[in-house]
Design a protein around this ligand. Structure first.
Ligand code: ADP
Length: 300
C-alpha cells in the first residue's frame, strides 16, 4: 500500500509558483527523504499533505484517502520546525493534553503517553517543564507529541535544524528506529544530504520542481563522478599535458581536479604526469557533491 501518493501537485502563493507539478509515491513502511535547498517548496508540499494548506491542482492521497478526511489526519503525526509544546508544562502534561485533543480516554491516553515517552527516549526528563529542556531533549519531546495518537505516517520538517552534530546524530538514530523497528512510514524534509543517506528513496526538489529521484545508491551512481586530484611539481607542464590531450580540469591553489568517467581513466593521466606528481588521490564522489551538482547549491 502507498502511504503517500502525489500527482502533478501545484501550488502558488499569489502569482509566485512554489510547487510546479510534482509527482512521487511513498510506499508504506519506507523512509522517504524530501531534499532541497531553502525555498525549494518542501514545507509547502508537506503542509498540503497534512491538510494545513489547500492545493491549486493535482491529486494527493494519504493511505489512499484525501488528506482532509478526519480519519486520514489521525494517521499522520507531524513534527514542525517551530515547536508546538507549552513551555510551562512538563513533557508528560503536554503529551496528555495532546492525547485529550485526539479524544483518547484516560487509561488509553496514559498508556499512549507512556509509549510515546518510552519510544522517543524522553523518560528521564518527562516530568520536567518543556521550557527547561536542551535543544535535543525538546526535539525528542516534539517527536513524542507527534506520536501520541499512534500515527502510521510521521512527517518531519527539517527536524535537526539548529542542533549540534552529536544531537543531530541521536535524532537520526531515533527516526531510523521508529521507521525500522516500529514500522512507521517516515517522510523527512531536509537540506542536509547526510540526513538523506539512510533513506529508501530520495526526491530532490529545487524551485518547486523535482530535479532528481532515486535511492541514495542510484543518485550516487548517476550524479557522482570519481575524481583525480593531484598537486604537480610543475603546474605549467601539467596544464600543457592536460590541454594537449583535451582533458577538462579545474585548478584551485595548485591542486588540479579531473572528473573521471571511470576510475581507471586516472591511469593514463598519472602515467603522463610521471615524475611531475607531488601528491595525488583518486576518490569516489559523495552524495553532497551529487546534491551540489543537481541543485547548483553549496551545502552548509
Ligand atoms: P522550503 O520548505 O523548501 O524551504 P517553502 O515551501 O517554504 O520551501 O517555500 C517555497 C517558495 O514559496 C519559496 O519561494 C517561499 O518564499 C514561498 N512561500 C512559502 N510560503 C509562502 C507564503 N505563505 N506566502 C508567500 N510565499 C511563500
Amino acid at each position: 500500500m502507498l502511504a503517500i501518493s502525489v500527482k502533478d501537485l501545484r501550488k502558488s502563493y499569489g502569482d509566485h509558483p512554489a510547487v510546479k507539478g510534482i509527482s512521487f509515491d511513498v510506499p508504506e513502511g519506507s523512509f522517504f527523504a524530501f531534499l532541497g535547498p531553502n525555498g525549494a517548496g518542501k514545507s509547502t508540499t508537506i503542509s498540503i499533505l497534512s491538510s494545513l494548506l489547500g492545493k491549486d491542482s493535482g491529486t494527493v492521497s494519504v493511505f489512499g484517502r484525501d488528506p482532509e478526511d478526519t480519519e486520514t489526519r489521525r494517521t499522520i503525526g507531524i513534527v514542525f520546525q517551530d515547536p508546538k509544546l507549552d513551555r510551562i508544562l512538563t513533557v508528560r502534561e503536554n503529551l496528555r493534553t495532546r492525547g485529550a485533543f485526539y479524544g483518547l480516554q484516560r487509561k488509553e491516553r496514559d498508556e499512549a503517553v507512556r509509549d510515546a515517552i518510552d519510544i522517543t527516549g524522553c523518560t528521564e526528563f518527562a516530568d520536567r517543564r518543556y521550557g527547561t529542556l536542551s535543544g535535543g531533549q525538546r526535539r525528542r519531546a516534539d517527536i513524542a507529541r507527534a506520536l501520541v495518537h499512534r500515527p502510521r505516517l510521521l512527517i518531519l520538517d527539517e527536524p535537526t535544524t539548529g542542533l549540534d552534530p552529536r544531537t543531530r546524530r541521536h535524532i537520526w538514530e531515533l527516526v531510523d528506529r521508529l521507521n525500522r523497528e516500529n514500522g512507521i512510514t517516515v517522510l523527512l524534509t531536509t537540506h542536509y544530504m547526510e540526513e538523506a543517506a539512510g533513506a529508501d528513496d530520495i526526491v530532490i526538489i529545487n524551485h518547486g520542481e523535482i530535479v532528481a529521484h532515486g535511492t541514495p545508491t542510484e543518485l550516487r551512481e548517476r550524479h557522482c563522478s570519481d575524481r583525480l586530484t593531484f598537486i604537480p611539481r610543475d603546474p605549467d607542464s601539467a596544464r600543457g599535458m592536460l590541454e594537449s590531450r583535451g582533458i577538462g580540469f579545474t585548478e584551485d591553489r595548485g591542486t588540479f581536479t579531473v572528473l573521471l568517467g571511470r576510475t581507471s581513466d586516472a591511469v593514463p593521466i598519472v602515467t603522463a604526469l610521471g615524475e611531475n606528481i607531488e601528491s595525488m588521490e583518486v576518490r569516489t564522489g559523495t552524495l553532497d557533491e551529487a546534491f551540489m551538482e543537481i541543485t547548483g547549491e553549496v551545502m552548509e
